[in-house]
Design a protein around this ligand. Structure first.
Ligand code: FES
Ligand code: FES
Length: 164
């Protein structure tokens, strides 16, 4: 089988990799890049636990052959996390007790990041819609929704503080 060379920017760093046909972005992230914060769940596009951002939009990395996203910018939970401390969305999840087993958390946070980038003032329904493709096996949905609404406030105040 003919491998191809694929170039991606992953969390701001340019990477080149040799990929067999059909190699998924999830495989690349977890197996060859060591970025295990992106979780492997159903591998069928049904649970959302493998969600990352590709060119700023959410994508289920288990469904995405890397050769189809040559040149894309990929952001994972590791890229969202600042060098010190936590991102405001992560703080909101932590302080709002929105993680139980934590398996769905990375995907939920990446969905929240994409939502807040597009809509800094989401209504509860917007949040519910945004996470509708993400399954939490612990069924802590209320806490997750509240955390994302709280994260919206935190992200706005963090960007106000940065601008001051
Ligand atoms: S692991 Fe990708 S959607 Fe479930
Ligand atoms: S916190 Fe356990 S799957 Fe969501």
């Amino acid at each position: 089988m003919k491998h191809s060379v694929v170039s991606l920017t992953i969390n701001g760093a340019e990477r080149q990799m040799l990929a067999a046909p059909g190699t998924t972005l999830l495989d690349v992230l977890r197996e060859s890049q060591g970025l295990t914060g992106t979780r492997r769940g159903c591998e069928q596009g049904a649970c959302g636990t493998c969600t990352v951002l590709v060119d700023g939009r959410t994508a289920m990395s288990c469904m995405l052959p890397v050769e189809t996203i040559e040149g894309a910018h990929v952001e994972t939970i590791e890229g969202l996390t600042p060098p010190q401390g936590l991102h405001p969305i992560q703080e909101a999840f932590l302080e709002g007790f929105a993680t139980q087993c934590g398996f769905c958390t990375s995907g939920m946070i990446m969905v929240a990041a994409a939502l807040l980038a597009k809509n800094p003032n989401p209504a509860r329904d917007d949040v519910v819609r945004a996470i509708s493709g993400n399954i939490c096996r612990c069924t802590g949905y209320e806490a997750i929704i509240d955390a994302i609404l709280d994260a919206a406030v935190r992200v706005k105040s963090a960007s106000r503080a940065e601008a001051a």
